[in-house]
Design a protein around this ligand. Sequence first.
Ligand SMILES: Nc1ncnc2c1ncn2[C@@H]1O[C@H](COP(=O)(O)OP(=O)(O)OP(=O)(O)O)[C@@H](O)[C@H]1O
Length: 255
Amino acid sequence: MKLEARSVGWATGARRIVQDVSFEVTPGETFGLIGPNGSGKSTLLRLLAGLLARPSGAVLLDGEPLTSLSRRDIAQNIAVVEQIAETSEALSVRDVVELGRTPWLSALRPFGAQDRVIVNDALEAVGMAHMTQHRWATLSGGERQRVQIARALAQRPRLLMLDEPTNHLDIHHQLSLLRLVGNLPVTVIIALHDLNQAMGCDRLAVMDEGRMVACGPPGEVLDAARLASIFRVKATRLRDPADNATIFRFQCPGE
Ligand SMILES: Nc1ncnc2c1ncn2[C@@H]1O[C@H](COP(=O)(O)OP(=O)(O)OP(=O)(O)O)[C@@H](O)[C@H]1O
């Protein structure tokens, strides 16, 4: 699915949180959003998913303005995993993941065997199939994160938006999640803090103070001058001899 952001913005009171952001994400692309704390990444993701009232500019999905689509149309196309997921404490892991099927169900099309297979696959994909009966309230931060990702996978979206999906995960689950997401046959927009992980995206948009200040392939966008001016770090580029990949080592200026 193709997504186009045209001069997207959002303000609260007199404060502009996101301003004049334009880019296109092509079908199948993994598009990363990076930027310092408070630079507007989560707000931009919410705008792209149509979750904020009174946005400015336009978001188009395969050429159709988001505003012309029903909530159900949007939910059949876009799944969002936010940083803080609100879920009833009493639900089981399976219940939460089954919620991902909601946009596809109706009185004439109740939850059935095919939905059960999709839910099982999603639980399997995030390594939570052994905990289906556990209650949400009892889960660790990383387990909750993986269940929310399974819910989004069960939605079978064409566009998956993830807000810092690795932030609660141990290193094994971080890497397996990124590999899982990278191999999905869908368009992905992902906000990330780890710039080494961001190097795995097809393209990156850099946010700073609510504006997009750069957009392009990771190797071009993450140059020493930008890392110093936007992220306020001194970066040394290293090469992994195993596969020739670029790795950054960061230091605070003056160290
Ligand atoms: N509903 C709101 N009302 C007021 N201010 C808001 C609101 N939502 C976001 N902000 C402010 O907008 C700025 C951008 O927030 P946002 O969460 O989009 O940044 P971010 O880049 O995702 O940050 P982080 O990396 O810390 O998660 C922050 O200063 C935040 O306090």
